[in-house]
Design a binder for this molecule. Structure first.
Ligand code: 13P
Length: 331
């Protein structure tokens, strides 16, 4: 079994980040349909292939997170996607949560499912070549009312249980408590909530005796709610995000990977560059990188439109975005 700390650290190799390509079947179809592209298993496979088999991605990617369907699919070279990623030195990861559902007592909030049968699924994916796993929880802000402590505590408990089981199965746990961008909240409210979320999650990890050294935190940035129409300055985003992280994230974890959360690709790139520069200046103990889905895929899907003739141009746009993100984390 590979040493988990070594695997986790390798995800933060200089100038590299993680591609999140682990949308569930329903979400992947929704994204295709939003770009006027036909849906279904073969279209999803063709879409994944644009990203996963693009030439040269290994210069910029340390890992790629896949959904179970993609984990079992092949590229047109006949190779399973996880095997061809691994052959290029890109760690294959697997999303193991089973999505979210509204909480009965607080229907605007969500709880993440997937603990039933989890250890078997983790072992199965480890056997098939996964090196790391991901579990996503979502946290909604609504004025001073939400998030509720009930939602925070239950999601944190499940994240910690998953992290413990992932380590036991020989997989690096990526824990993703995402504070949603949706809403009218201020940047400062987003910071307070992120602090609360992180504090709750790390207490839960401690209670389950999760080894911090191989934990990767996947987090949102501190940003004003998307319905405010406010465009936060990258310096402000960086300062507040790092203050929240430094105060609440143990120094010993393997690293922090940011999600894009619905920011435009340019915003997600500029904010990441500012965060990395600020983190370097403050000599934070953990490395920082990107783990983007939408900010790495949107521009490419727009060009592709489901047409074979557009694949080369779509891949060029993807590589260009990867290059810019790589530059942002190499500074
Ligand atoms: P976004 O970068 O689109 O927020 O996605 C990251 C992710 O992995 C969501 O689970």
């Amino acid at each position: 079994m590979k040493d988990l700390v070594t695997v986790a650290r390798a995800l933060f190799a200089s100038g590299k980040g993680i591609l999140a390509a682990d949308e569930s079947v329903a979400t992947a179809d929704k994204r295709l349909a939003a770009h006027g592209i036909a849906i279904g298993g073969e279209m999803r496979r063709a879409e994944r292939e644009i990203f996963l088999n693009a030439e040269g991605i290994e210069q910029y990617l340390s890992g790629a997170i896949l959904f179970s369907e993609t984990f079992a699919q092949k590229g047109s070279d006949g190779k399973l996607f996880p095997a061809s990623l691994a052959a290029r030195g890109i760690a294959p990861g697997i999303k193991v949560d089973q999505g979210t559902e509204p909480i009965a007592e607080s229907p605007k909030e969500f709880i993440t499912n997937g603990l039933i049968g989890l250890s078997e699924r983790l072992l199965e994916f480890a056997k098939k070549g996964a090196l790391f796993a991901k579990w996503r929880a979502v946290v909604r802000i609504d004025g001073d009312q939400l998030p509720s402590s009930r939602a925070l505590l239950e999601n944190a408990k499940r994240l910690a249980t998953y992290a413990r089981e992932a380590q036991a199965a020989g997989l690096v746990p990526v824990i993703e408590p995402e504070v949603l961008l949706d809403g009218m909240h201020s940047l400062l409210r987003s910071k307070v909530v992120l602090e609360e979320v992180l504090a709750t999650v790390f207490v839960a990890l401690e209670a389950q005796a999760v080894d911090r050294a191989s934990v990767v935190l996947k987090t949102s940035m501190v940003l004003s709610g998307s319905e405010t129409g406010k465009h936060d300055a990258p310096q402000e985003v960086a300062r507040h995000t790092l203050e929240a992280l430094v105060a609440n994230v143990p120094k010993q974890i393997a690293g922090i990977a940011f999600l894009s959360g619905g920011q435009t690709p340019d915003q997600a790139t500029e904010n990441l560059a500012a965060i990395v520069a600020t983190a370097r200046a403050a000599s934070t103990s953990w490395p920082v990188t990107f783990s983007y889905a939408r900010a790495l895929q949107e521009e490419t899907l727009q060009i592709w439109r489901g047409e074979e003739a557009n694949v080369a141009a779509a891949r060029a746009v993807f590589l260009n975005r990867l290059k810019r993100l790589s530059a942002a984390v190499s500074m």
